[in-house]
Design a protein around this ligand. Structure first.
Ligand code: NAD
Ligand code: FES
Length: 229
């Protein structure tokens, strides 16, 4: 992490940042650029070094604001609300617009509505039996959100396997990048037992070695008792 030591508004959407980066400033020269990422998983943004101060150990960059990084939908089904919560919160903290969707079989099984509401820019709630807010699966709400918000860049879904499979099938229709979490199918967690083998984009992957957060599951292998999913 690099500390921003000074921020100057040059124009309504134009900002100048001075960033503490002694190693970079020591080697900096006119015409060079840096690759900036706003968090560990963030996209790589090439930026010209507008100025540098080798004595202070800082570099200066100029940014034009063009809106929020991206819109994201985070889906938590049943117990999956707990692991999806920190992901939604981190995505929002990184400047994304986060639409949260949480669902449970019935009202009594729904939890952390307040925490998810705080973590997301907007939250939609559903219950399978209609005992709270509305009736339907999280995928019913997800379809509505995708239809409504044409600019979604990512879907993160955690919950029971049938839910994550249904989410994957739905978002595939719309070409929406999707990450699911396959913690629940792991056994030895070392890549040896084969229980967590899945197919992702036609390639065999192991949840424990390559995941557990994976880019949309196509199906689960039938070996090791997995059953065709
Ligand atoms: P559940 O069966 O009560 O389902 C929760 C919600 O998921 C439902 O309310 C519904 O909205 C949605 N859903 C379920 N089946 C669906 C389908 N076929 N199509 C569309 N939506 C569907 O869930 P639960 O009992 O809380 O789930 C427990 C399971 O979740 C366990 O198997 C556990 O291992 C798994 N889990 C996985 C993770 C993970 O990291 N992958 C984390 C927590 C729990
Ligand atoms: Fe056994 Fe992944 S949990 S191979």
């Amino acid at each position: 992490m690099y500390r921003i030591t000074r921020k100057v508004a040059l124009a309504p959407t134009l900002n100048q940042f001075e960033i503490e980066a002694p190693l970079v400033s020591r080697k900096a020269a006119p015409g060079q650029f840096i690759i900036l990422r706003i968090h560990d998983q963030g996209e790589r943004i090439p930026l010209t070094i507008a100025d540098f101060d080798k004595g202070k150990g800082t570099i200066t960059c100029v940014f034009q604001e063009v809106g929020k990084t991206t819109s994201v939908v985070c889906v938590g089904g049943g117990v999956g609300v707990a692991p999806v919560h920190p992901i939604a919160r981190a995505l929002k903290q990184a400047g994304n617009e986060v639409v949260g969707i949480i669902g449970a079989r019935t009202k009594e099984l729904l939890f952390w509505e307040d925490k998810m509401r705080a973590a997301c820019s907007e939250l939609r709630v559903t219950t399978d039996d209609g005992s709270y807010v509305r009736k339907g699966f999280v995928t019913d709400v997800l379809r509505e959100v995708i239809e409504e918000k044409k600019d979604l860049g990512l879907c993160v879904a955690i919950g029971p396997l049938p839910m994550m499979r249904a989410v994957s099938n739905l978002t595939r229709e719309y070409g929406l990048k999707t990450i699911v979490s396959l913690n629940s199918i792991m056994v030895d967690g070392t890549g040896m037992c084969g229980c967590c083998r899945v197919t992702v984009d036609g390639k065999t992957r192991f949840a424990c070695v390559d995941g557990p957060d994976l880019d949309r599951i196509n199906h689960r292998c039938s070996c090791s008792g997995g059953g065709g999913k």
